[in-house]
Design a protein around this ligand. Structure first.
Ligand code: 3PY
Ligand code: MG
Length: 256
């Protein structure tokens, strides 16, 4: 089976669902859908160090791509997620080259970084001998640095060119808050659309990947048309709320 990295290198577009509700049972259910993978959110979601383990198992058992988003500066959880078989890690609020270097240090084995050895579950998942995992890990696991502030956008070239950073992942909501100087949050605010378009182009010029969070499913086609190849389509809480509303409508129950 091709890995996330293989599929991205082939030019495939990967669609994921974001899991904020910290339930491995729900994650198992979502992993059976046609999404290519699930992102387990430890930053704003209620996932814990424990549910990251059980959720990862459920995603891997369904042959889907397991990805984790870290809490801010919890880089120890990056190496652990990779050991558990997660194929990619998204780190929020990477604003400088130094932030990117710290993240990469925990993601990659020497000579690029300083990831510590202990990839028990990842070795089983890749069906390789332990020592052989060392040869493939740096290529087969992906580090995505989140660009979600004006400062990060200004430092874009330095961040994306950092050794060990495989791509960027845009956070349109935080980006809009910063561009609006805190006046509001709107992932579709006009002032951030050009920078978001520009980042997909520049990532490609650097030979790196571009990912983005689509707050609404309707935003996803626009992002793919801009060249984003890893598009997360909204999150489980919104999906469940939509499902509830749709059930009420189908049952012809109107609630004011
Ligand atoms: C943002 O839009 O800021 C995000 O972090 C998406 O989850
Ligand atoms: Mg954010």
């Amino acid at each position: 089976m091709l890995t996330f990295a293989d599929r991205m290198h082939k030019g495939e577009t990967i669609y994921t669902l974001w899991s904020q509700v910290g339930s491995p049972q729900l994650v198992a259910q979502f992993a059976l859908s046609d999404f290519d993978g699930i992102v387990i959110d430890m930053q704003h979601g209620v996932h814990s160090d424990d549910t990251v383990v059980t959720s990862g198992e459920a995603i891997i058992a369904a042959d889907k791509i397991a990805i984790v988003r870290l809490p801010v500066d919890r880089f120890d959880a990056a190496s652990r997620a990779l050991d558990l078989g997660y194929e990619a890690v998204i780190a929020p609020m990477i604003n400088t080259k130094q932030d990117a270097q710290t993240f990469a240090k925990f993601m990659k084995y020497p000579p690029i970084g300083e990831r510590s050895w202990g990839p028990g579950r990842a070795v089983q998942q890749h069906k390789v001998k332990s020592a052989d995992y060392l040869q493939i890990a740096n290529q087969q696991t992906l580090a995505f640095a989140m660009i979600e502030t004006r400062k990060a956008y200004e430092n874009f070239d330095e961040i994306i060119s950092t050794d060990g950073i495989d791509g960027i992942f845009v956070g349109p909501s935080d980006l809009s808050i910063d561009f609006a100087n805190g006046a509001g949050v709107d992932p579709n605010m006009p002032e951030t659309q050009q920078p978001m378009k520009d980042m997909a182009i520049r990532a490609k010029q650097h030979g790196k990947f571009a990912g983005i969070f689509a707050r609404n499913p309707e935003d996803a086609p626009r992002y793919t048309s801009w060249g984003y190849q890893f598009v997360n389509v909204s999150y489980d809480g919104a999906l469940l709320a939509d499902g509830c509303q749709s059930y009420l409508e189908r049952a012809e129950i109107s609630k004011k």
